[in-house]
Write a protein that binds this ligand. Structure first.
Ligand code: GLN
Length: 306
């Protein structure tokens, strides 16, 4: 089967499941999304693209943004970043606060909310919040090769209105000295990075450097070193789906990062970047149908890191 036939088949197989799961409603602007949306896009390292369903419709990438801010922060801070954030799975929810007290304000990994807030704080150092947001959006526009990528400000404001848990995480870490910037500034940036809207096609294109040892196979540009690319993939595999990361590795077998908007970016090293979107979430806050679709895509393509 060709790649487009595989992608079409996965889309067809999902027909009975589409609409399953529960749309995130703790961010009011996300609660309004049609749960029957489904998009899938694959961009290969050879430059092939295949897509199905609503693959061109932008959605809120939410925590998928954490992979891109981690890339930028590693480039900016280097290994010093690991003094402020760990790289162990949590076994806890994405917005959990419990481990932070025992671990003196050092979050377990950069892909949970607390860890991503530290990563954002690192990007903010020596920059204004506005400049930091611009830099993150510019990075995604370049990586997606599409200047139309932008922020859904309604989602950003909605997150700000209901962001008490994230504010608590930030204040708590600041009390341990693990946040340099002002909490308002860090959250300003964090809520906007989460509210970036991208389509599956743009997201898969943007993540392609993670499948290609840190270079963009379309342009030849080096985005990040090969070693760092491996490490980001390792963290995606062990931590990218919070307390369901083991289950995702078991079911799909690829590094992946989910967001509560229902998107998942998965990486098949040396093969392709894959983005899927289905807003209904499972009880761990990861896209239910998106995970199923990736499992089927992996089975039909044979892509797995194992
Ligand atoms: N913006 C969301 C939050 O901070 C991101 C969480 C997620 O996608 N899992 O709660």
């Amino acid at each position: 089967m060709s790649l487009s036939e595989i992608v079409e088949q996965v889309h067809r197989e999902m027909a009975d499941h589409i609409g399953a799961g529960k749309v995130a409603d703790y961010i009011p602007a996300l609660a309004e999304i049609d749960p029957r949306k489904f998009g899938l896009a694959v961009v290969t390292c050879d430059g092939d693209t295949a897509s199905a369903g609503d693959a061109d419709e932008p959605f809120s990438i939410q925590s998928v943004s954490k992979v891109f801010t981690l890339t930028l922060a590693l480039e900016k801070a280097g290994v010093a970043l690991w003094e402020r954030v760990g790289r162990e799975p949590t076994g806890s929810a994405f917005n959990s606060i419990v481990q932070l007290e025992h671990e003196a304000g050092i979050p377990r990994n950069p892909l949970i909310n607390a860890g991503a807030i530290v990563v954002t704080d690192e990007l903010l150092a020596d920059h204004t919040p506005e400049q930091t947001v611009e830099d993150i959006v510019a990075f995604l526009r370049t990586r997606a090769d599409d200047p139309s990528v932008g922020i859904d400000l309604e989602v950003a404001w909605s997150e700000g209105d209901t962001g008490d848990r994230n504010a608590s995480l930030a204040h708590f870490m600041r009390s341990f000295g693990n946040l340099k910037g002002r909490v308002e500034d860090v959250l300003h940036v964090y809520f906007r990075q989460c509210a970036i809207a991208m389509s599956c096609r743009q997201l898969a294109r943007a993540g392609l450097y993670l499948a290609h040892a840190g270079t963009d196979p379309m342009t030849g540009e080096r985005v990040i070193s090969e070693v760092r690319t491996r490490r980001i993939n390792a963290i995606m595999m062990s931590c990218g789906h919070y307390d369901a990361s083991g289950e995702f590795a078991f079911q799909v077998g690829l590094p992946g990062k989910s967001g509560v908007g229902g998107g998942i970016l998965a990486i098949a090293p040396r093969q392709a970047a894959i983005a899927v979107w289905s807003p209904g979430l499972n009880e761990r806050g990861n896209s239910l149908v998106g995970t199923l679709a990736l499992e089927r895509l992996g089975a039909l393509t044979g892509w797995s890191v194992f």
